[in-house]
Ligand binder design. Structure first.
Ligand SMILES: Cc1ncc(C[n+]2csc(CCOP(=O)(O)OP(=O)(O)O)c2C)c(N)n1
Ligand SMILES: [Mg+2]
Length: 545
């Protein structure tokens, strides 16, 4: 047994970094167990200021960390051991990069002399995540000689993660044995150095009356309230709060889209999922201004004509254009509310409405999965009033339950995912909400596979059997049995009334409850959506005679 030295540089280094991160405002750390990360893990466990979330599966842990950052709005620490453990984080780091989620990832490593000689659990972890991280540092095995730089390392990493556009950073941390050491005196706290302010980009004048704001993921609430103060109508994605609902259905109708044509489109954040909206942005003749106040604006269709960080508004706040949008939305809403019949059979848009309504009514944040859930929330739900999150950086169906549990830990959240999304991240159920507890109601729309693919041309082009085998991939697992097999409450609901009361009951309890909503098959779902769109178009004839 090796006897630890009186004051061990590795342990003191880790305690210093953790101390500096606490000073920077870090409140949460997620760790997955391993030996090599021992100095860091023990340093974290010493500090009550940090909520520590321990999860076995690194992939789930990293998505959970994303959830923590989403809900706390602070960089989350993520600590793992060496080898494949580090590689497991890659998917979530890609998501955090594009969704601009601040994560400080620490991968423990063996010291350089154990690389390339067949040492166990050892891979080259330098630049493991490539250009997906804002900053990579590998200061080597710490020695007291380097102690003067330790706080600066922590501060640099935190700054690069938190500064807009925020995102993931990576510290590779090699440690030599013995891994257990004694923490010595920490180097004195550094004087806070403010990160340089971002470069002032251009300012543009806005002198139009019919200004339509198109808001996607990543838009701040202050930007949205500025738009509302100017009385600009805002259409948004599923995560956008209080946007004009039903814009997708409204804009599918040609006459209505003409009547609502803007003089100017202001784009903020990422992209809504609506293809109809995308098409109108390409075909309306209005200029499209990318307002970069919340970071880069997604523009895959290259419709943006101008770019500005600051807007100077010349035209007064006239409300008539916003009222026009509100009127169209009300008409579409009158069709959508027909879905709210409590005794009626469930369908996916109705489940989305129930989930959003419950989230608003209880003031509980919502985490929405990719595929049809994110679309049904954007297209068919009333305006979101409670914080709504989604992994929209890369739109993965992996890790959504983990992110929902990360948002819910120590508080409450409602998750809404498809059946394959639920199965993909079934490992998240192992640790659930972890020590932090809390409440997560996970609503699963069980349509028997990947329903989204039935909307694609592939569905018509292939024979049914082949399409199902290659795309829909229905699985026969009993989702309720899976939920309860991991020790969570789980039930299946068949009507909207059952779903609504199941959510209402579950949000008042502690722990995870999986509510499996038995919705029509993926093919019926396409017909249900088509019919809704037709009904909205018919109703809109009173809007545009
Ligand atoms: C990690 C990952 N793998 C694959 C995909 C491709 N993909 C998108 S949607 C989808 C099916 C999702 O099925 P489900 O969760 O049941 O939702 P539904 O389509 O039925 O709404 C798949 C496989 C993805 N987005 N992310
Ligand atoms: Mg499905």
């Amino acid at each position: 047994v090796s006897v630890p030295s009186a004051a061990d540089p590795q342990s003191t280094y880790c305690a210093t970094l953790v101390d500096e991160w606490i000073a920077c405002g870090v409140t949460d750390a997620v760790l997955s167990p391993g030996s090599r990360s021992t100095p860091f893990v023990l340093a974290l466990a010493e500090r009550p200021e940090i909520s520590l979330h321990v999860r076995i599966d690194e992939r789930s842990a990293a998505y959970f960390a994303i959830g923590r950052t989403l809900v706390t709005d602070r960089a989350t620490l993520m600590i793992v051991t060496s080898g494949t453990a580090a590689a497991e984080l890659h998917a979530a780091i890609c998501e955090a990069d594009l969704a601009r989620v601040a994560l400080i990832v620490v991968t423990a490593d063996r010291p350089p002399d154990q690389h390339g000689v067949g040492a166990p659990q050892t891979i080259d972890q330098r630049h493991l995540y490539g250009d997906k991280v804002r900053l990579f540092e590998d200061p080597g095995v710490p020695t007291f000689d380097g102690a003067g730089a330790w706080r600066a390392i922590a501060r640099r990493l935190h700054g690069a993660a938190s500064q807009r556009p925020s995102g993931p950073v990576h510290l590779n941390a090699p440690f030599a044995e013995p891994l257990l050491g004694v923490v010595g005196a920490l180097p004195p706290a550094s004087v806070a150095v403010r990160p340089p302010s971002t470069v002032e980009a251009g300012t543009l004048e806005v002198d139009a009356e019919r200004v339509l704001v198109v808001a996607g993921p990543g838009v701040s609430s202050s930007t949205l309230s500025t738009c509302r103060d100017r009385r600009w109508p805002v259409v948004g994605d599923a995560t956008c709060l209080n946007a004009v609902p039903y814009a997708d259905a409204i804009l599918r109708d040609d006459a209505t889209a003409r009547a609502l044509a803007p003089d100017l489109v202001v784009r903020v954040g990422g992209l809504p999922a609506s293809k109809a909206l995308g098409e109108r942005l390409r075909n309306w003749s209005a200029p499209v201004l990318a307002w970069t106040c919340d970071g880069p604006v997604a523009d895959p269709d290259r419709v943006v004509t101008d770019l500005a960080q600051h807007l100077v508004v010349r035209a007064g706040a006239v409300g008539s254009y916003a009222r026009l949008w509100a009127a169209a939305s009300e008409i579409a809403g009158s069709v959508a509310t027909r879905l709210d019949d409590l005794d009626g059979a469930l369908c996916e848009p109705a489940v989305a409405r129930a989930v959003v309504t419950a989230s608003s009514r209880h003031g509980v944040p919502l985490v929405v999965g990719s595929s049809m859930p994110i679309r049904d929330v954007e297209w068919w739900s009333p305006a979101r009033q409670a914080a709504t999150f989604a992994n929209r950086g890369v739109n993965g169906i992996d890790g959504v339950s983990s992110t929902a549990f990360g948002v819910a830990a120590g508080r409450r959240a409602i998750g809404f995912v498809g059946d394959l999304t639920f199965l993909h991240d079934v490992g998240s159920l192992v640790d659930g909400l972890g020590e932090a507890g809390g409440c997560c109601v996970l609503v699963v729309a069980d349509n028997g596979g990947g329903g989204i693919f039935s909307f694609l041309p592939q569905a018509a082009a292939l024979d049914a059997e082949r399409f199902e085998r290659l795309f829909t991939t229905p699985r026969a697992h009993d989702l309720v049995a899976i939920g309860s097999g991991f020790g969570h409450r789980a039930r299946r609901v068949k009507t909207l009334g059952e779903l609504a009361s199941a959510i209402d009951e579950a949000v008042e309890r502690r722990g995870i409850e999986v509510i499996v909503a038995a919705v029509p098959s993926v093919t019926d779902n396409v017909e249900i959506h088509d019919e809704l769109v037709r009904d909205v178009a018919r109703a809109l004839r009173s809007f545009v005679p």
